[in-house]
Design a protein around this ligand. Structure first.
Ligand SMILES: NC(=O)c1ccc[n+]([C@@H]2O[C@H](COP(=O)([O-])OP(=O)(O)OC[C@H]3O[C@@H](n4cnc5c(N)ncnc54)[C@H](OP(=O)(O)O)[C@@H]3O)[C@@H](O)[C@H]2O)c1
Length: 252
């Protein structure tokens, strides 16, 4: 039986691989045959994830992606050890909340560094000659919040909106290199980030204002991971410059 999402022989770089969507993505792409290069800050957590991945050839690269000027060296190191990339899944991100009156430049900058600037620098360096193979696919995790907005999430929503806008430009520019670029926009999924959100807004408010509109209930990390795997695979070879909404109907 053929599997249109088969990733056999592909080398995929996964950021945020220590937890939540990134961890699930690493596990799913390994099941589909890919070799994974795992990035996040926590070496201990990455080791645990690597230990449970199916297949061989996986490797970990502990790194703080807020160190933007270090990303080019990180990719050079990954390519030297693992070979050129066939894909990137940028799942690393933070969801810190602050009311507008205390949303200052430093706070916005911290969020943009990891959620947006690191994605641009990763994409810029991966798309350099010898760092990628033909038919590479780049996928970034945006959020339904990019389209819907949320109280106390100006910086977060703006960072996700920046991702969704940027992929349209980057896809046009990288089409000549046969590199596709897309985003996935999840609704609310059960991860550590969601736990923090629930602490901030309260369970009752979440159920009344959010869950009642997310018609299929709480999502799981695997729901985003499957969408990411699809966009990384050749099953999506005619899809670039677009956002795939995975939200149980929240934005409908
Ligand atoms: N969960 C949801 O409901 C939901 C909905 C929509 C969108 N999203 C998006 O999905 C993505 C993943 O979120 P999640 O829910 O899976 O959250 P999570 O479980 O908190 O995972 C976040 C990941 O990002 C990594 N990370 C954070 N800061 C980093 C840094 N400076 N350098 C390198 N890695 C860093 C963390 O690893 P370390 O701590 O080891 O560095 C962790 O692996 C985020 O972009 C989020 O905005 C989530």
């Amino acid at each position: 039986m053929i599997n249109p999402m088969d990733l056999t022989g592909k080398h995929i770089i996964v950021t945020g691989a220590s937890s939540g969507i990134g961890k699930e993505t690493a596990q799913q792409i390994a099941k589909l045959g890919a070799k994974a290069s795992l990035i996040s800050r926590s070496e201990d957590k990455l080791k645990l994830v690597k230990a449970v991945l199916e297949g061989t050839g996986h490797n970990i690269f502990p790194f703080d992606l807020k160190n933007i000027s270090g990303i080019e060296g990180l990719i050079k190191n990954i390519v030297e050890k693992q070979g050129p990339a066939d894909g990137l899944a940028h799942c690393a991100g933070v969801g810190d909340m602050r009311p507008l009156q205390v949303t200052n430049f430093d706070f916005i900058h911290e969020i943009m560094l990891i959620n947006f600037y690191s994605f641009i620098e990763l994409t810029r360096t991966i798309s350099k000659k010898r760092n990628y193979n033909e038919n590479t696919s780049i996928v970034v995790v945006s959020s339904a919040a990019s389209k819907k907005g949320d109280k106390s999430k100006t910086a977060y929503c703006a960072s996700k909106g920046a991702l969704d806008s940027s992929i349209r430009s980057i896809a046009k520019e990288l089409a000549t290199k046969r590199i596709r670029v897309n985003s996935v926009l999840p609704g609310f999924l059960k991860t550590e980030m969601y736990d923090l959100y629930l602490e901030n807004v309260g369970k009752d408010s979440f159920e009344k204002n959010v869950l009642s509109h997310q018609y299929y209930g709480m999502g799981e990390p695997i729901d985003a991971a499957n969408a990411i795997a699809f966009l990384l695979s050749d099953a999506s070879k005619f899809i670039t410059g677009t956002g795939l909404i995975v939200d149980g109907g929240y934005l409908s």
